[in-house]
Design a protein around this ligand. Structure first.
Ligand SMILES: [Zn+2]
Length: 138
């Protein structure tokens, strides 16, 4: 289960709406409980560095990921996941999303006509061959 607190959630939706009709992306900072459930206390918007079609694609720069990791350490938090948006598309986990995943939670937000519609969270397996939907509370 992943629970996103009100403040980071507000920031994520705002980011996704502001970048519409392009995909937004960012890091989710927080902590993991003993039972494996995650709490997100900070959302860190990152730039979509894709040089392709940003309406259907996003790329996070390694240096931005490193910056997010440093920011997490500074606040004694962990990177527990990442988020991105699907403009005018459902919040499904695409083939590209699966290949680009690395164990974290992946929150996908559906933005329709510039407004938030719905969201889902997914956790890929270690081999990145499959993923499961995870309970998302926001
Ligand atoms: Zn996607």
């Amino acid at each position: 289960m992943i629970r996103i607190e009100a403040e980071p959630w507000r920031k994520m939706v705002e980011h996704a709406r502001a970048t519409y009709p392009y995909e937004c992306c960012g890091a989710l900072l927080g902590s993991v409980d003993g039972d494996g459930s995650k709490v997100v206390t900070r959302a860190l918007p990152l730039e979509n560095a894709s040089e392709g079609e940003k309406r259907v694609h996003y790329v996070m720069r390694p240096k931005d990921m490193l910056m997010a990791d440093q920011e997490a350490r500074r606040e004694r938090l962990d990177i527990v996941g990442f988020y991105h948006s699907h403009p005018d598309c459902d919040a499904y986990f695409s083939e590209t999303d699966r290949k680009n995943s690395y164990w974290y939670s992946f929150v996908v937000m559906s933005i329709r006509k510039g407004e938030f519609d719905h969201a889902n969270s997914y956790i890929p397996n270690a081999e990145q061959t499959d993923f499961k939907k995870e309970e998302l509370i926001y």
